[in-house]
Ligand binder design. Structure first.
Ligand code: TYD
Ligand code: MG
Length: 422
């Protein structure tokens, strides 16, 4: 049961039912000129927003607690607005003192930032109505509340009504609002998911809390593509942009190790090379375990089944662990082949050459299926000095002549394992 605010019809409204009128506008007569976007000087962030922040838009930034949402937004706040049009940072979660400490750490001077420590949303909106802020930040939506609703802050009804109130406030004033929302394992219901349909854009900041990399991903964007990701690194002075994610993800690769392969995954329009690791060890007791980090566990189970049945690997008596290095989560099937070869490499104890990358989706009969944007992936591998790439037979890729890379086309997973492990 979710509490909602009862809408009181304005006097006279009922009587006029069906008699009102509004102007209809033919589509071609609508001016195509969009609003001027606000350029966020953090390039990775700007790209995920779709090339700038649209005035009047409500942007939800979700993520696990402690992942760096407040850090990212404070960094953005530090470079937006000016003294006339300040950024209003409403923090119901932390004291002004804590924010000041963080700002010092991030080297954000903050001449353009006004802080507000308040939880009552009506009071918040009332206090900022007299100024024209360049941007309003609500940190976080789970801590603000409306008096009309009796349930606690953070409940579904509070979170939802507060967000629609913010929307009603922001749209006519053309002021963008960043709403920070925590996603928690237990509290996903009251978290940002219930807001996804209300807001204009939903960005998630992901990553492993104890890894340095953070990925900013758009899952909804009314003003841009949801394909783009921004890659950051959490440093002692806040989030640092990673312009060359592949190099960063491959940096710590061991010289020779069985069970390690390099995958080329597309994150939006950008190819990113990552290391995929697998470990197959004899099961000590009971059912063999299949555990995946950064990959879908059911996909791993499927790949193990294909390797057992189509390649004849004896995985029925082995636990299989698979891991994407650096905290990236890969959802696309192009990583199937690197995972399968990493498993084969681990169980056979044969390392894959360091300069080999691989791409391909695996079907249930063990066939390799082509993936999208193969040429861009191959080019990126070549650019990073890989000398050989194993790809599916189908799908012709045009390769830049200036870059030397041997392309090995395989029809099925057995051939690919042969090509990789010799
Ligand atoms: P924070 O932005 O407070 O997370 P959220 O708002 O998503 O809950 O950041 C949390 C973590 O980031 C904190 O554990 C410490 C780390 N951190 C750094 O490593 N470097 C920094 O410069 C800052 C500000 C935070
Ligand atoms: Mg925070």
């Amino acid at each position: 049961m979710v509490e909602t605010i009862e809408e009181r019809a304005a006097p006279g409204k009922l009587a006029s039912r069906g008699t009102g009128s509004a102007t209809l506008q033919p589509l071609p007569s609508v001016s195509p000129e969009g609003q001027q976007r606000i350029n966020v000087p953090i390039a990775e962030f700007n790209r995920v927003l779709g090339g700038g922040l649209v005035p009047g838009s409500l942007v939800l930034i979700g993520g696990d607690p402690g992942i760096g949402k407040s850090t990212l937004i404070l960094q953005a706040a530090g470079v937006l607005g000016d003294a006339q049009h300040p950024v209003v940072y409403v923090s119901a979660e932390e004291s002004a003192h804590q924010i000041k400490l963080r700002a010092d750490r991030l080297q954000v001077r903050g001449d353009n930032i006004l802080l507000l420590s308040e939880t009552n949303l009506d009071v918040i909106l009332g206090s900022i109505d007299s100024i024209t802020p360049a941007l309003v930040v609500i940190d976080s939506i789970q801590t603000v509340m409306l008096d009309e609703i009796s349930s606690a802050a953070g409940s579904v009804s509070q979170v939802r009504e507060c967000t629609s109130r913010l929307l009603q406030w922001a749209k006519p004033r053309n002021i963008p609002v960043f709403v920070i929302g925590h996603v928690t394992k237990e509290g996903t219901i009251a978290g940002p998911r219930v807001l996804e349909h209300i807001v204009d854009a939903v960005l998630y900041l992901e990553g492993e809390r104890f890894h340095q990399y953070r990925i900013l991903r758009a899952v909804k964007n009314r003003f841009g593509s949801t394909d783009e990701v921004g890659v950051f690194e959490m440093a002692d002075v806040g989030l640092r942009e990673i312009e060359n994610p592949s190099e960063a993800f491959l940096e710590e690769r061991a010289l020779i190790a069985a069970g390690s392969t390099v995958a080329v995954t597309m994150e939006g329009t950008r190819p990113i090379l990552v290391e995929v690791q697998a470990l197959a060890t004899p099961t000590a007791f009971g059912l063999p375990r299949r555990s995946a980090n950064g990959l879908d566990t059911s996909r791993l189970q499927l790949l193990v089944a294909v390797l057992q049945k189509r390649v004849g690997l004896g995985l029925g008596t082995h636990d299989v662990y698979a891991n994407v290095v650096g905290g990236l989560r890969i959802h696309e099937p192009a990583v199937d082949l690197p995972v399968a070869i990493a498993i084969a490499s681990s169980i056979r104890e044969i390392p894959v050459n360091r300069t080999v990358a691989m791409i391909g989706e695996i079907g249930l009969s063990g066939e390799l299926r082509s993936v999208n944007q193969l040429d861009r992936r191959i080019n990126e591998a070549a650019r990073l000095g890989f000398t050989r790439v194993i790809v599916p037979k189908g799908g012709g890729a045009k390769i830049d002549r200036s870059q030397a890379i041997e392309i090995v086309r395989c029809a099925n997973v057995s051939e690919a394992i042969e090509a990789a492990l010799g």
